[in-house]
Write a protein that binds this ligand. Structure first.
Ligand code: C2E
Ligand code: CA
Ligand code: CA
Ligand code: CA
Length: 279
């Protein structure tokens, strides 16, 4: 029995070492990835629930390594957040999105709003207002077409500061969205204090529609609440026609999800748009 315990300990410590090693490996490779230009921005359409028109897109980062492997953000964003690399990555995503958006406008595409995710680090611990100002000026992308997505946790961390930063950003004319709504603890009273334009309902509430009546109730309540606060409301992770039909009955404004399209690289996205509009 003694031996068994020792073996189990050995097993756990090997597991831990392996996980730690993988983290360090990702961190080192990620530092280089930025310099090597291995990051890409993908775009996922945001669709008007009522008309089916594509009005906007969310920018989502991808890491394409030299070996051709695509690393998803869930594997490297948390590490980037802890090591502070997230600010460099986030600023790059912001710039690349605005550059691409300007290119599409210049090519004569109908104006789309582009939404970019801001991490808590980038939002609270970098001069985000200066970065956004500079990026908009240098790329020539219009402020009113840029939307910045913030999670509840970023907004709850240092409330007073967060509110001030939101106002600073809002004064630039960009739109502000609260992402993954419903997964944190923000109260209605708190939301009312914030200059937010958009509320994104977390995918976890959409997932089991129409099988979970509780989730349907919650989704309906969030939509009604957002409308009372005069916010645009987006459902994320919409995969089925039933989910879309439900959102339509509740007059949700926009949706995003595999039902329309997975995130696409810029080239695929503009081809998708052209084909979608011809339909
Ligand atoms: P998020 O902001 O909640 O982004 C939505 C995620 O849901 C994306 O995953 C998207 O591909 C996925 N998704 C979209 N539609 C569906 C659907 O119908 N079903 C399912 N199952 N999933 C769907 P992705 O691209 O892997 O990104 C994961 C997370 O990584 C994002 O969640 C966001 O928190 C973070 N992230 C991505 N790009 C950036 C970035 O540039 N900066 C920062 N700070 N975070 C980012
Ligand atoms: Ca998001
Ligand atoms: Ca989200
Ligand atoms: Ca999410």
């Amino acid at each position: 029995a003694k031996n068994e315990g020792r073996n189990r300990f050995k097993y756990f410590s090997e597991e831990l070492t392996r996980a730690a090693r993988e983290r360090i490996d990702i961190e080192i490779r990620l530092r280089q990835a930025i310099e090597l230009g291995e990051l890409r921005v993908f775009f996922q359409p945001q669709v008007d629930v009522e008309t089916g028109e594509i009005l906007a897109a969310e920018a989502l980062v991808r890491w394409q390594t030299a070996t051709g492997e695509t690393v998803l953000p869930t594997r490297f964003i948390p590490i980037a957040e802890e090591t502070g690399l997230i600010t460099a990555i986030g600023n790059w995503v912001l710039r690349e999105t605005c550059r691409q958006g300007r290119e599409w406008l210049d090519a004569g595409l109908p104006p789309l709003r582009l939404a970019v995710n801001l991490s808590p680090q980038q939002f609270l611990h970098s001069d985000i207002r200066a970065e956004v100002t500079k990026t908009l000026r240098e790329t020539g992308f219009p402020a009113h077409l840029l939307e910045l997505e913030l999670t509840e946790s970023a907004l709850m961390k240092r409330e007073k500061e967060a509110i001030q930063i939101l106002h600073n950003l809002h004064d630039l004319g960009v739109h502000l969205a609260i992402d993954d709504f419903g997964t944190g603890y923000s109260s209605l009273a708190y939301l009312k204090l914030l200059p937010l334009d958009v509320l994104k309902i977390d995918r976890s509430f959409i997932e089991d529609i129409p099988h979970h009546t509780d989730d349907m109730e919650i989704t309906a309540t969030i939509i009604a609440m957002a409308k009372n606060l005069r916010m645009r409301v987006i459902a994320e992770g919409v995969e089925t026609a039933e989910q879309l039909a439900f959102l339509k009955t509740r007059q949700c404004d926009l949706y995003q999800g595999f039902l329309t399209s997975a995130p696409l690289c810029a080239l695929e996205f503009s081809a998708f748009l052209a084909a979608y509009r011809r339909e």
